[in-house]
Design a protein around this ligand. Structure first.
Ligand code: SF4
Length: 87
């Protein structure tokens, strides 16, 4: 989906825990099978933003190439990014 040009919500990037939690709450409302909507709301990109990428994110499982944030719970490549990136 990302390779085919899916436009995701890369902004606003959360600047507080309250804003972060609001996006997570929005993700939690999405049916687990609706992968496209989860990608859009999380703001998935198939490339890093500045020096931020999944590989360094606290939610990333490198051995599985997986985003382990429960409300996302989707595959991710090390060089990808989303607006919930955290270290
Ligand atoms: S929260 Fe975002 S940046 Fe972090 S591992 Fe998941 S998809 Fe990647």
């Amino acid at each position: 989906m990302l390779k085919s040009g899916l436009k995701t919500h890369t902004e606003p990037v959360p600047e507080s825990n309250t804003q972060f939690d609001a996006i997570v709450a929005e993700l939690a409302e999405i049916d687990a099978s609706d992968v496209e909507k989860k990608l859009v709301v999380a703001g998935y990109l198939d490339h890093p933003v500045e020096d931020m990428r999944c590989l360094e994110c606290i939610y990333y499982l490198n051995h599985r190439k997986w985003c382990n944030l429960p409300e996302i719970n989707l595959p991710a490549e090390p060089e990808w990014w989303c607006r919930l990136w955290r270290i």
